[in-house]
Design a protein around this ligand. Structure first.
Ligand SMILES: NC(=O)c1ccc[n+]([C@@H]2O[C@H](COP(=O)([O-])OP(=O)(O)OC[C@H]3O[C@@H](n4cnc5c(N)ncnc54)[C@H](O)[C@@H]3O)[C@@H](O)[C@H]2O)c1
Length: 284
């Protein structure tokens, strides 16, 4: 018996890396899967005996997303979990030419932000119709809780994994401008959606990832990472188990949280925040 027996989950960017581990962990809990990726090898995706709908689809392409989610909805009738994981990184910085910037934005803002809102919009009617669901947007630790403008100090972020690290991360650095811009944009979606969808029992949270062993992170190091650094990387399978715990909180669980994972810190689900972002109590 798994916590997702009889349920269906969608994971984007599932051919390799974190998305691959997320999809397999969801399947191990009993979920039927719909997975997509731009990589053709997604066609060979398997997760034990779980039913799998695997499609080559670019999440930045509205028609491709529509086809993918329509196919998932038709096959499984329901979609209980959406993990918007597909992501790309290429170096982009302030001094780049406009032409390079436009190409980088098409790729990074396209996948990392547009892909998240397209997939979210596409699954919402299905989740609303069935009366609930879970949306988990995969973000970056460059903008974890205490690194965001919404937290002025660690006093407001007792669960912050960077509590004992100074300086706290507030961005990924000069070669991350479009990547971070897109990832910051995800906050706008996570926090608006958590409010808009609360009445429909749809929980919306984000994982703000620190260095986790994946194709992307290895590529970042030209596929020759320093062994002492590699040894500290988090494991996608451990993060995926925390995602299962988050989902297991059920319909009354937390919503509207950025949950941070930092290298060198335990990979655990922190206690729910006392004051989730943007869940503002009505006065009076
Ligand atoms: N690994 C880390 O250390 C780390 C750190 C911070 C954030 N993240 C985020 O975690 C997520 C997963 O990253 P990862 O490290 O596993 O990367 P990865 O490159 O190993 O895997 C990403 C997958 O997404 C797919 N993909 C890329 N663009 C796509 C698109 N337009 N449509 C569909 N699929 C697409 C890729 O083909 C790949 O299979 C990303 O959103 C990334 O930004 C990862």
């Amino acid at each position: 018996m798994g916590i997702l027996d009889g349920k269906a989950a969608v994971v984007t960017g599932a051919a390799v890396g974190l998305g691959n581990a997320f999809a397999k962990a969801l399947a191990a809990e009993g979920a039927a899967l719909a997975v997509c990726d731009v990589r053709p090898e997604i066609a060979d995706f398997k997760a034990g005996d779980a039913p799998v709908l695997a499609m080559q689809a670019d999440v930045a392409d509205a028609e491709a997303v529509r086809r993918f989610i329509d196919a998932a909805g038709q096959r499984y009738v329901r979609i209980d979990v959406l993990v918007s994981n597909a992501g790309v990184w290429t170096a982009s910085e302030a001094t780049d030419s406009i032409d390079k910037t436009l190409a980088d934005a098409a790729s990074q803002v396209g996948t990392n932000l547009k892909g998240v809102f397209l997939c979210g919009r596409a699954v919402m009617p299905i989740m609303m119709r069935q009366g609930g669901g879970h949306i988990i947007n995969i973000n970056t630790d460059h903008l974890h809780t205490c690194g965001s403008p919404f937290e002025e100090s660690h006093d407001n972020a007792p669960n912050c994994p960077f509590l004992d690290i100074a300086p706290r991360p507030t961005g990924g650095g000069p070669a991350m401008d479009l990547y971070d811009a897109a990832k910051w944009g995800i906050n706008g979606l996570t926090f608006a959606w958590c409010q808009a969808l609360k009445a429909h029992n749809i929980r919306v949270n984000a994982f703000c990832m620190g260095a986790t062993d994946s194709h992307m992170l290895r590529g970042f190091h030209n596929f020759d990472p320093p062994p002492e650094e590699e040894a500290q990387w988090m494991k996608a399978e451990d993060i995926a188990q925390v995602m299962i715990e988050l989902i297991a909180e059920g319909p009354t669980g937390r919503t509207g949280e950025n949950i941070g994972f930092a290298m060198g810190h335990p990979v655990v689900l922190p206690p729910p925040r006392r004051n989730p972002y943007f869940i503002v109590e009505e006065e009076g």
